[in-house]
Design a protein around this ligand. Sequence first.
Ligand code: ADP
Ligand code: MG
Length: 700
Amino acid sequence: MAEVIDVSRIFGEDVFNESTMRKRLPKDVFKKLKETMNTGRELDGSIAESVATAMKDWAIEKGATHYTHWFQPMTGITAEKHDSFIAPTGDGTVIMEFSGKELIKGETDASSFPSGGIRATFEARGYTAWDPTSFVFVKDTTLYIPTAFCSYTGEALDKKTPLLRSMAALSEQALRVLRLFGNTTSKRVIPTVGAEQEYFLVDKSVYEKRKDLLYTGRTLFGAPAPKGQEMEDHYFGVIKQRVSDYMKDLDIALWKLGVPSTTKHNEAAPAQHEMAPIFASANVAADQNQLAMEMMQKIAKKHDMVCLLHEKPFKGVNGSGKHDNWALSTDDGQNLLNPGKSPSENAQFLTFLAAVIKAVDDYAELLRLSVATAGNDHRLGAHEAPPAIISIFLGDELDEVVKAIIDGRTIVKKSSYFDLGIVTLPKFKKDNTDRNRTSPFAFTGNKFEFRSVGSTHNVSTPNIILNTIVAESLRVFADELEKATAENFDEVLHSLLVKTFKQHSRVIFNGNGYDEVWVEEATKKRGLPNLVSTVDALPHFADQKSIELFGRHKVFTEREIHARTEILLENYYKTLNIEAQTAAQMVKRDYAPAVMSYQKVLCDVIASKKNVGVDASVELDTVNRIASLSASMLAKNEELYGLLTKVKELSGVETIARFYHDEIFAKMNEIREIVDTLETMVASSYWPVPTYGEILFSVK
Ligand code: ADP
Ligand code: MG
């Protein structure tokens, strides 16, 4: 019989969550802390000592000896520096101490984290500050405190700080609009996020034999396996025992940490799977997704497997994304993207819908660049993931409503009808809205799903952008609607909606996003941007329009924007540099020697055959083709080395990134094509690395 897991007992067991706080904190302290959590304000200094002590005692009972301010720098998953609770007493013994000051703020040497020039070495100190809306937790004998990371001068050096700022901006503008609809009770509007996470599991033994997987997270070479995903037998298929054991362990680990992992299934590609949690507020969801990615990799190791989070581990096989489900919720629990029952609820729903549509159209470049990385470049537009063109899928029913508003029509549909002023919307069934998987940004019943996010990404970045651009639309709306009187409000709202839908309907597209025809229509007829690669997209971050937007909503200063653009471009080309170095080395030291050995075998066969007068023309033909491919592989590899030397003479991040994209990456692809052809000609026993088939079907 299977072991019984008492989920309700273990859930959040290692988290200092609200229920633990209530039990452990004095009543008045708990009340004040709760207030902080609800309003998103800074922790009241007067209760910090009391909270810190309760936290420490609880953490020590859980086996913790250290604490860490856990943060999300611009690179890598998360960063942590552990300090112990011990304090010497002077008589050779220690006591365990943790002060309110240590809880609220930590100092850290920021000099090893990328800052894009913000932090000169003389001001190398940075500080970390607890985000009290995200619970602390214990993991591996350490108390983890989710924190924001800033330079000494207050500039954000991480991803949490701007996320929190964008949430505040969005709340402020959304509340202005809600008040106009007569809502006097909501105190905050919170973006909610559910991040569905795709990943691959491969056996450790094959992984370790692939330098490319080891160093870059993706295969830089590899001919297609005889069996791929063409039978479509993996998606939602029966989960293998080994994978199922892994998923069970993962669930338990995540539940203990309070991450509400809820869905697990196989994905389209062999060895590909998905985990989805129940949604939470954007900052908590971001923290939890970082934690989930960490646990996924850690637990895979325990099962002698490796979890690949890369967006495109295998060419020609579906890549991995992270669907960012996004909606807006009031603090009193109303989902603003849920079509309501009453006419006024629906006018409000349509206003928020219009705000999102306007935001996505006005700032498509920003949304695109929020998911631009070297890894995701392999996915976007590769006829399996959303295209690099940002458009919105509304589904037929909602599309019809929008069209009707534009045309001034009243639509009658079965029992439900629509007419602004007296609005009853048809019920949007999820089945009707979720069919089109090719859209980068889809309305799925009561939320939007941003599907372009890459599987390794920190979801903070796309959500910072989403929150800010929607805040901007709502600001424009509120400015206009606040001028209306009680008498003409409906009229003013109506013309605002008509104007907005008219102006931005070009971004709505319900067809097949993978179709070539769409690229043509989107770019030529509709004038939508098609920023194909990271180098095309990222520089738009520093456009004047973007600087104004982020400045207005206090999300990024101009200095932060320039710094971030630089860091992101640097990340891009550093990634490509590692890939190119790895590829060149594999060619020189693994593939070339293997191909030579096999040529020698063929030559021996030819010589022996000739000796006894047997026809060796087939072998001769093969060895000639292999020899010529091998020669051009090596020649191109030398050219690659040449380019890697040449790039060192260039300056300016954008120029360097462009060179990596146009020259180095292009050369790598030429080499790959030759190596992959050679793979189909050389005997298996001579091939130096596991093949796609061996990797993709390594977990039995
Ligand atoms: P699927 O996409 O697999 O059909 P769902 O659409 O129900 O499943 O949910 C996908 C993800 O969206 C889950 O992580 C879920 O928690 C999240 N989600 C559901 N409602 C919301 C919401 N209002 N805001 C943000 N995320 C949501
Ligand atoms: Mg989904």
